[in-house]
Design a protein around this ligand. Structure first.
Ligand SMILES: CC(C)(COP(=O)(O)OP(=O)(O)OC[C@H]1O[C@@H](n2cnc3c(N)ncnc32)[C@H](O)[C@@H]1OP(=O)(O)O)[C@@H](O)C(=O)NCCC(=O)NCCS
Length: 189
């Protein structure tokens, strides 16, 4: 079982539908999944990481990218997203493997100044073991609206790693800061 990786926009429609169905089940979403609804907006230039077992999608993760403006400087931010393992296949290290592959790509592809995402505090040991992610003293805010989604209000911890030299030079400005993601209403990472 190998993790395969490709830009989301190039995935065959059948695999996209399988991803939608698996995520719907993994995240216990209500109602019926729309099999043909694109999972990621094209602007986020998503890269998909799939782990198949016996011809079925067993685990999935994606890396999403976007530019953010932090204290007047533009940084390219890459985020892990949609991490999931088919419920009946959990506890076998598949989630860890797909996260390891996606994290390795996120850190080394050269596209991103910053890696950041939010997750439940209980999942930090999973992300730490999979790829060495650590929590940071940062709040992520979806956008500038008064009622914008924010990681602290959602009860999430923030994982943030400065990747590029220019991001590292700005390290002090990130510590304890609120990072505006510039996302549309309702969207979060
Ligand atoms: C999180 C998830 C991807 C893990 O997949 P998996 O294939 O079971 O992962 P692995 O087998 O590599 O690792 C399992 C470890 O993660 C831990 N874990 C899984 N879900 C967890 C959760 N919600 N809270 C805390 N720990 C969790 C397990 O306890 C296990 O740890 P252990 O080995 O010490 O017992 C899977 O549980 C899932 O799809 N959850 C629903 C979607 C989700 O929450 N995604 C993450 C969004 S940030």
């Amino acid at each position: 079982m190998e993790v395969t990786s490709a830009p989301y926009q190039y995935l065959p429609p059948a695999l996209r539908r399988e991803i939608n169905a698996m995520l719907h089940q993994a995240y216990q979403c209500e109602g019926e999944p729309d099999p043909d609804e694109p999972l990621h907006r094209p602007a986020l230039e998503a890269r998909s990481f799939c782990l198949a077992s016996h011809g079925r999608l067993a685990a999935y993760a994606s890396v999403l990218g976007k530019d953010i403006i932090h204290l007047g400087l533009v940084f390219s931010l890459g985020s892990l997203s949609c991490v999931a393992t088919r419920p009946e296949m959990r506890g076998r290290g598949l989630g860890e493997r797909v996260v390891a592959a996606a994290s390795d790509w996120l850190r080394t592809c050269g596209r991103y100044d910053i890696a950041a995402f939010s997750c439940d505090a209980g999942l930090l040991p999973f992300y730490r073991r999979a790829a060495g992610w650590e929590a940071a003293d940062v709040v992520l805010i979806a956008n500038g609206d008064d009622c914008a989604l924010r990681s602290d209000a959602l009860g999430k911890i923030v994982v943030l790693e400065l990747l590029s030299e220019r991001a590292k030079r700005a390290e002090a400005s990130f510590r304890g800061s609120a990072v505006n993601l510039g996302l549309p209403p309702g969207e979060f990472i």
